[in-house]
Design a protein around this ligand. Structure first.
Ligand code: SAH
Ligand code: DHB
Ligand code: MG
Length: 226
């Protein structure tokens, strides 16, 4: 699925922000390069978005992070770099080939002691995490198959505590979120996500539209209140 192509100005400004205040490093660059070389789709968060996740995790003082949708581990590295030495991040990935690339990228980043890449459908792994008592998580980043977004938010709530922050990527998709009769299950899934968040008294939420190197998209931010 593609978003609207980025306007050259959006890319220019994103590059400016990234170069001035959100630069990556060789480890992050290598993670993207090895992901591309392995044929993974080039849909990781942009560097300035990765930095946003990093800052949110720091602001939360997050010691226990859950990510749904690993790809090559690029967002994982940004998030895990906010963890204290005894912190932990569990990231869920369906595709074993993606998980293998991610594990190598995470090891090169020196984060393999803190990060577990769990292979399998997230809807199978999430009840396992619950049974293991892996929660509560301080921050949950949801960025996998969009059709399951409502289920993922329900699980995030179940594995949360008051104060947990939940971030959902890609809730705008070039503006198609408001298509009157969406046939795309990714869009209907995200609409169900908004319905769920709207009626869920334990969540205080907003969503913002974004433009940049990834085109026109947006993210939802929610905080668990009780
Ligand atoms: N968070 C990553 C990008 C994730 S792309 C980053 O920004 O760097 C979405 C990922 O979700 C893909 O790797 C895809 O294989 C994975 N995915 C899709 N369906 C899934 C499912 N049911 N369970 C777990 N992961 C899934
Ligand atoms: C797609 C998925 C993403 O998580 C993303 O950030 C951008 C695009 C996609 O499936 O096309
Ligand atoms: Mg995404």
């Amino acid at each position: 699925m593609t978003n609207s192509q980025p306007d050259p100005r959006w890319t220019e400004v994103d590059d400016y922000f990234t170069e001035t205040i959100a630069p990556g490093d060789e480890v992050l660059t290598a993670a993207l390069a090895d992901s591309a070389a392995a044929g993974l789709p080039e849909i990781a968060v942009a560097p300035n978005q990765g930095k946003l996740l990093h800052l949110l995790a720091l602001t939360q003082g997050a010691g226990n992070i859950l990510e749904i949708g690993t790809l090559g581990g690029y967002s994982t590295i940004w998030l895990a770099r906010a963890l204290p030495a005894d912190g932990r991040l569990i990231t869920l990935e369906y595709d074993p080939a993606h998980a293998a690339v991610a594990r190598a990228n995470i090891a090169r980043a020196g984060l393999d002691k803190l990060v577990e890449v769990r292979t399998g459908a997230a809807l199978d792994s999430l009840p396992e995490l619950d049974a293991e008592g892996a929660g509560p998580f301080d921050l949950v980043f949801i960025d996998a198959d969009k059709v399951n977004n409502p289920r993922y938010v329900e699980w995030a709530l179940k594995l949360s505590r008051p104060g947990t922050v939940i971030v959902v990527d890609n809730v705008v998709r070039g503006g198609r979120i408001t298509t009157p009769h969406p046939e795309d299950p990714a869009i209907t899934g995200t609409r169900e996500l908004f319905d769920l968040v709207a009626r869920e008294p334990r969540l205080e939420a907003t969503a913002v539209q974004t433009v940049g190197t990834k085109g026109y998209d947006g993210l939802l931010l929610a905080r668990v209140t009780s």
